[in-house]
Every structure is written in structure tokens, then in C-alpha cells.
Design a binder for this molecule. Structure first.
Ligand code: SAH
Length: 366
């Protein structure tokens, strides 16, 4: 069997491309991740040692605890309003919200002020999240999109490894123009990258692409930017803050960051549609620009290492390990390294925050 004929979705995509022509990378990503029947998040078990990848909240409880402390500080800076909504975008197994709620429960008044909202499209993951949060003391409200979030009350929004799953477009430098990179069929009828007719006007992009070599690829993320702008518009109106954590770059630059991961290893992007995770690096420069909605001011992006270390990762690790067995202390040291080590998640992952200018944000302004 051919490499690209290995999944049910591959067959469907080939059929569709044979009928209608090549599809954009954004279309390919959307179908691989969100096809109601065969989409990756709809059917696969992505997370953990037996899954395809491990995210920061799954690496260590310290990640969510430090974010919980950050949120508490912001709530206090907002003058401790009642009726505040904690919103997590793409909560996966629900681990981050669980850890946030555990620490924020320690502050009198905060828990009582909170409602929990989870934006999640996968029914299967909603069930996992319900189970993880069963003992949290709050009953989550699930949403398909931002549109149905409450219209009143401040929003405290957290998104970890959410934007990387949203579809991107790619454009290839053909010498004459930047043409959209698409997924078509090769002579053997297998999925293959092809150059489509759509062209990109590169002038609005911040990057200077004039010297880019032939074949260079530039990525755009209109869906992520639109969603970020919607979010910022809501926060500008209702007050609050947002924290976005993901792997990505702080400056627009050419590069092909589309990647598939399967069973903890990189996989060719077209090899297993629907059964491999498919992501792209987030362009934080573009995301921050989209979130610049008056009176909000984006802060960062800073590296995940800087973010966590400034919030006291080492101190938290020390307290967590105090009096514990050498094995446990070694495990905690390993978690710190994984979250903040420069060769691990520390440098690749970036953190962007947004709030009103007069709200000082820990790790960014202090
Ligand atoms: N934040 C989690 C999981 C990241 S995986 C963690 O850090 O462990 C991406 C998550 O986003 C999954 O829960 C996936 O189902 C969800 N997701 C992907 N695209 C989405 C979309 N367009 N709308 C809502 N949720 C989405």
C-alpha cells in the first residue's frame, strides 16, 4: 500500500482533489484536524505517553499552577471584579484548567467570582475534560467558538497550544510571484505538494522578502489573526486579559513550519492525514498586531523560559520537592528542564499577553 493511502481520510482527499483540483494547505489542515468523522482531534487520542505528543500542562502541574498565580494577580489588578469568566481555548484533556483552579481556589473570593468556559470543538475531548474537571468545584460551560461566550463580565483567557492547530496558508517564491502552495496529486495519483494559481501580495507583511531565494516559503495565519482580533475586541469591551502560549516566532520570516507528529516522532506532512497531528508555528508578531485593539496593549512575546522563571518556576519546584524522595526530586528537576530548558520547550515556546495598558502583568511588566 502506498504511503499516502494509509488512512481513510487520504482516500477521501484524493477523490476530492481528483474531482475538484488541488486544495490549499489551510483546507488540508482543516480537514485533517477537524473532519467530523476522520479528523485528528475528533477521533485520535493525541496526548500523553501513549499518544502523539505531550503538552506543557501534561509535563508538569507547575505549569498550570504558575499560570493560576498569574491570573490571580491580574484579577486583583482588575480590582477583583465579581462575575469574571475563565476561558480556556482548546483545553485538550482539561489539565491546565484543573491546575489553574486548584491554586486559584486558595484565594478567598476568586473561586466564587468565577465561571469556567471551555472552547472546544471535539465532542470526544469535551468528555475527557468533564472527567478531569469533575472534582474542580466548577461546572464548565462548553462552546464551539468565541461567539457564544458571555457578553458581560471580564474575560480571563488562556490558550496553550491552541493557535498552532488553526489552519495556515503557505506561499512559494516562484521568482515572479508568491504563489499559494497546495495539495494536489502526483502522476501516480498520490497526495503531493503543488503550486496553485492563487498569489499573495507580500507588501503588507512586515518581513522584507525581496532577497528570498527561489522556492522559499512564507506562511500566513488569517484565521488565527481573525480569532485573536475577535478575542481582543471582546476583552476591550468587557475588560480582562489573555495569555497565549505556543511554539512560534516573534518576527515574520520565510520558512516552512508545517509539521506532522505521530507517536512522538515527526511524520511526513502528507503521509497520514487524520491520524497524525498537524500544526504550524505561530507568528506572534502578526498575532500581537491583531490584538492591538484600543485600549488593550499586547506584551511580549517572551520565551516560555523567561515567563516561567520570572513567575518563580525554580522556587515552586523547590517547594514541591522539599522533603520528597530523591526520585521525586529528580522527576521535578526533569520537569523544570523540559518546560524551561533552552533545548526543550524554553526557547521555542513563546508567551504573549494582552490587557489594558494600566494593568501591570507579571513576567512582562514586573
Ligand atoms: N491546550 C491543551 C491541548 C492543546 S491541543 C494542552 O495544552 O494540553 C489543541 C486543542 O484545541 C484540542 O483540545 C483541540 O480539540 C482544540 N481545537 C483545535 N481546533 C479548534 C477550534 N477550531 N476550535 C476549538 N477548539 C479547537
Amino acid at each position: 500500500m502506498s504511503e499516502t493511502g494509509t488512512t481513510p481520510l487520504a482516500g477521501r482527499l484524493k477523490q476530492r482533489i481528483a474531482n475538484d483540483g488541488p486544495i490549499t494547505i489551510a483546507d488540508y489542515m482543516a480537514q485533517c484536524l477537524a473532519d467530523p468523522e476522520h479528523g485528528y482531534y475528533m477521533s485520535a487520542e493525541p496526548f500523553g505517553a501513549s499518544g502523539d505528543f505531550i503538552t506543557a500542562p501534561e509535563v508538569s502541574q507547575m505549569f498550570g499552577e504558575l499560570i493560576g498565580a498569574w491570573l490571580l494577580h491580574v484579577w486583583t489588578a482588575l480590582k477583583s471584579p465579581p462575575g469574571v469568566h475563565l476561558v480556556e481555548l482548546g483545553p485538550g484533556r482539561g489539565t491546565l484548567s484543573r491546575d489553574i483552579l486548584r491554586v486559584t481556589g486558595l484565594r478567598p473570593g476568586f473561586r466564587e467570582a468565577l465561571t469556567l468556559h471551555l472552547v472546544e470543538t471535539s465532542e470526544r475531548l469535551r468528555a475527557v475534560q468533564a472527567e478531569t474537571l469533575a472534582d474542580s468545584g466548577l461546572t464548565p460551560v462548553w462552546h464551539d467558538s468565541l461567539d457564544s461566550l458571555p457578553q458581560d463580565g471580564p474575560l480571563l483567557v488562556v490558550a496553550n497550544e491552541f493557535f498552532d492547530a488553526l489552519p495556515i496558508h503557505q506561499y512559494v517564491n516562484t521568482g515572479k510571484a508568491w504563489c499559494e502552495r497546495c495539495v494536489g496529486l502526483d502522476e501516480a495519483g498520490e497526495l503531493a505538494f503543488v503550486t496553485g494559481p492563487g498569489q499573495l501580495d507580500i507588501r503588507p507583511l512586515a518581513a522584507d522578502l525581496r532577497g528570498a531565494p527561489l522556492g522559499a516559503i512564507i506562511e500566513t495565519q488569517p484565521l488565527s489573526n481573525a480569532l485573536a482580533e475577535t478575542l481582543a475586541t471582546r476583552i476591550a469591551r468587557q475588560d480582562g486579559a489573555a495569555l497565549v502560549i505556543d511554539y512560534g516566532t516573534t518576527r515574520t520570516a520565510p520558512g516552512d513550519t508545517l509539521q506532522a507528529v505521530r507517536r512522538h516522532a515527526y511524520d511526513p506532512v502528507l503521509a497520514h492525514p487524520g491520524t497524525a497531528d498537524l500544526t504550524a508555528h505561530v507568528n506572534f508578531e502578526a498575532l500581537a498586531r491583531a490584538m492591538r485593539v484600543t485600549p488593550l496593549v499586547p506584551r511580549g512575546a517572551i520565551t516560555q523560559a523567561d515567563f516561567l522563571l520570572r513567575l518563580g518556576l525554580l522556587e515552586r519546584a523547590g517547594r514541591l520537592g522539599a522533603g520528597k524522595s530523591p526520585d521525586t526530586q529528580e522527576r521535578i528537576r526533569g520537569e523544570v528542564e523540559r518546560l524551561a530548558g533552552p533545548e526543550e520547550m524554553g526557547n521555542l515556546f513563546k508567551v504573549l499577553a494582552v490587557a489594558r495598558a494600566d494593568i501591570s502583568l507579571p513576567a512582562f511588566d514586573t
